[in-house]
Ligand binder design. Structure first.
Ligand code: CAA
Length: 295
């Protein structure tokens, strides 16, 4: 099977890595040559780590890299049986990409989106093949996280769901099939938890470290909710909460004003260098942002 991955950011490069490591030929496509170069460097670094940990051999690393080709135009999808879109989490951008994918992709090609919250039914509706459109939601970091949340749009054909389910297993992942309602399952449950953690900070119930420590040690979460929000990106968290809030019309999903302020101030977490914590390149130390230092 020939697979195309659209978008060479964090999710796109992780998805390309996993397909290629499992023997699939992958076209990694991004409009930015710089993003493509960065993605290949990231994949190489992650493969090196896997080799040094002994989880893969040097030969697997080499074959994985050989399975990936970089392209800056969508024309590369013309021989693919599957396209996985992992572009920016922006509805207008995704709808425009799917319109183009539908025009270029061969007949029968499945069009999957890695969206974390945009409606698969809405994405499918801009194509002439809604029965072949499906959600394939990987978790970050893709090479590590076992889950693939598979989202059935209103018109998704059951055969397509079965194909993507089997394919996810071949990638060494555990697929979970859900239906297309706001936030699906992963983010319908995760984002209210993160929002509640931010509200707890905003209302002065506890400090950043206390909130994260309670959830890490009390509930065995690998990261506390505030660190996880920084890792996901505070802008992404805000946009998913807005999808939940608008989609259900229920005030319980209203984003915390502190989250809104932080995104407005471009304090977006790891990617901007500051969120609830501050991040210094090359350091693994978790340092609470001075803004929240004296809770
Ligand atoms: N590629 C390959 N391997 C990687 C990797 C990557 N990008 N990042 C980490 N690893 C591997 C490491 O090599 C290490 O492997 P071993 O177990 O074989 O030693 C393992 O993962 C753990 O890594 P580290 O020791 O460096 O660090 P850690 O123990 O602190 O774990 C973590 C890091 C895996 C990110 C862990 O903190 C974690 O699981 N955090 C929660 C992640 C999470 O919840 N993700 C979902 C976010 S929500 C989402 O993605 C969807 C959405 O829609 C918002």
């Amino acid at each position: 099977m020939n697979v195309s991955v659209i978008g060479a950011g964090t999710m796109g490069n992780g998805i390309a890595h996993v397909f290629a490591q499992n023997g699939y030929k992958v076209n990694l496509i991004d409009v930015s040559e710089a993003a493509l170069e960065k993605a290949i460097a990231t994949i190489t670094r992650n493969l090196d780590r896997q080799v040094s940990k002994g989880s893969i051999t040097e030969e697997i690393k080499q074959s994985t890299l050989q399975n990936i080709s970089s392209h800056s135009s969508l024309g590369a999808i013309s021989h693919s049986q599957l396209v996985v879109e992992a572009a920016t989490e922006n509805e207008a951008i995704k709808l425009s990409i799917f319109k183009q994918l539908d025009e270029i992709a061969p007949e029968g090609c499945i069009l999957a989106s890695n969206t974390s919250s945009i409606s698969i039914t809405k994405i499918a509706a801009v194509t002439s093949r809604p029965e072949l459109v499906i959600g394939m939601h990987f978790m970050n970091p893709v090479p590590v996280m076992k889950l693939v949340e598979i989202i059935n749009g209103y018109a998704t054909d059951a055969k397509v769901t079965a194909t993507i389910t089997e394919l996810s297993k071949k990638l060494g992942k555990v697929p979970c099939v859900v239906n297309d309602y706001p936030g699906f399952i992963a983010n319908r449950i995760l984002m209210p938890m993160i929002n509640e953690a931010i509200y707890s900070l905003y209302e002065g119930v506890a400090g950043v470290e206390e909130i994260d420590t309670v959830m890490k040690l009390g509930m065995a979460h690998p990261m506390g909710p505030l660190q996880l929000a920084d890792f996901i990106g505070l802008d992404v968290c805000l946009s998913i909460l807005q999808v939940l809030h608008n989609g259900f019309g229920n005030p319980k999903y209203a984003p915390c004003p502190l989250l809104v302020n932080m995104v407005t101030a471009r304090k977006l977490g790891v990617k901007s260098g500051e969120g609830f914590y501050v991040y210094t390149a090359g350091s693994k130390d978790l340092v609470v942002s001075p803004r929240f230092g004296n809770q």
